[in-house]
Design a protein around this ligand. Structure first.
Ligand SMILES: Nc1ncnc2c1ncn2[C@@H]1O[C@H](COP(=O)(O)OP(=O)(O)OP(=O)(O)O)[C@@H](O)[C@H]1O
Length: 265
């Protein structure tokens, strides 16, 4: 399956809570090109996860429409994969069995010997790509936080998604692991080409990874700046010293400062 254009038109989301209505999103308008890597940054609580949940079909907008390849999103769609901040691995399954879970959920028979061999090979290839060769028979509790998140990324990619959505996937990791995960993710993106929508609090991470960074306002969130990142790929350590990288980071900081989200002491 091929990645398709995403169109988000006048999308709004209001939650009805016991304390009253909470408007999370206000008139979000966006087009996302197939195969692009788009990051979303914004202040805490501005509606980033809400937007991703709507895109993933895990919730429905209270206004506007989201279309993927011209079809209105209504419910989880084939070809979509989501990685959350918490890895959500099943503790009683080995690493390989966790990665192969989507096949079982989609009804591919576990007993089919040929599928089983091919899929296991795919899982092992992915593990090798994220530096976890030989860890297939371990259990999640035997892995570090970074290793666990690598496994959950493998589980998403084994489905060969056309749209990969990642909600703060490195948010719970230490700084060094987080940096390594960025390099790993770019390698995987290069190999497993698909559209990526990536939510992060880190401006540097967003600029380093993306073709485009969308900056959201405070709640009710909407897109207040759409920045094209014109840094060639493959990106590496020296990209982070590039004047254009630093300019983009500065521009995004400037947006937050002008909104009063970031203040200097
Ligand atoms: N299911 C829900 N019911 C009620 N309110 C909700 C629900 N989900 C989110 N909200 C509210 O919507 C707003 C946006 O939440 P959301 O989680 O999308 O923000 P976010 O930008 O992802 O935040 P963070 O960066 O802190 O993770 C918040 O005020 C939140 O309290």
């Amino acid at each position: 399956m091929r990645s398709k254009e995403i169109v988000i038109r006048d999308v709004e989301k209001t939650f009805q809570t016991r304390g009253g209505a909470v408007q999370a999103l206000s008139k979000v308008n966006l087009n996302i090109e197939p195969l692009s890597f788009v990051s979303v940054v914004g202040p805490s609580g501005c509606g980033k996860s809400t937007l991703m949940n709507l895109l993933a079909g895990l919730d429905t907008p209270t206004g506007g429409v989201i279309e993927i390849g011209g079809e209105r999103v209504s419910g989880a769609q084939e070809g979509n994969a989501v990685v959350f901040q918490r890895d959500l691995l099943l503790e009683w399954r080995t690493v390989i069995a966790n990665i192969l879970l989507p096949f079982e959920l989609h009804g591919v028979t576990w007993l089919d010997r040929k599928d089983r061999t091919t899929n296991r090979q795919l899982a092992e290839d992915l593990l090798r790509m994220v530096g976890l060769e030989g860890f297939g028979d371990k259990y999640p509790f035997e892995l570090s936080g970074g290793m666990r998140q690598r496994v959950s990324i493998c589980r998403a990619l084994i489905q060969r998604p056309t749209l990969l959505m990642m909600d703060e996937p490195f948010g719970a990791l230490d700084a060094l692991t987080r940096e390594q995960m960025m390099y790993d993710l770019l390698r995987l993106y290069d190999q497993y080409k698909c559209t990526v929508v990536f939510i992060t609090h880190s401006i540097e991470e967003a600029v380093f990874l993306s073709d485009r960074v969308l900056v959201m306002s405070e709640r009710p969130g909407s897109v207040v700046r759409d920045i094209k990142i014109q840094l060639e790929r493959p990106r590496n350590l020296s990209t982070r010293m590039d004047a254009r990288f630093l300019d983009c980071v500065k521009e995004i900081r400037g947006v937050f400062q002008s909104q009063g989200v970031l203040a200097e002491v």
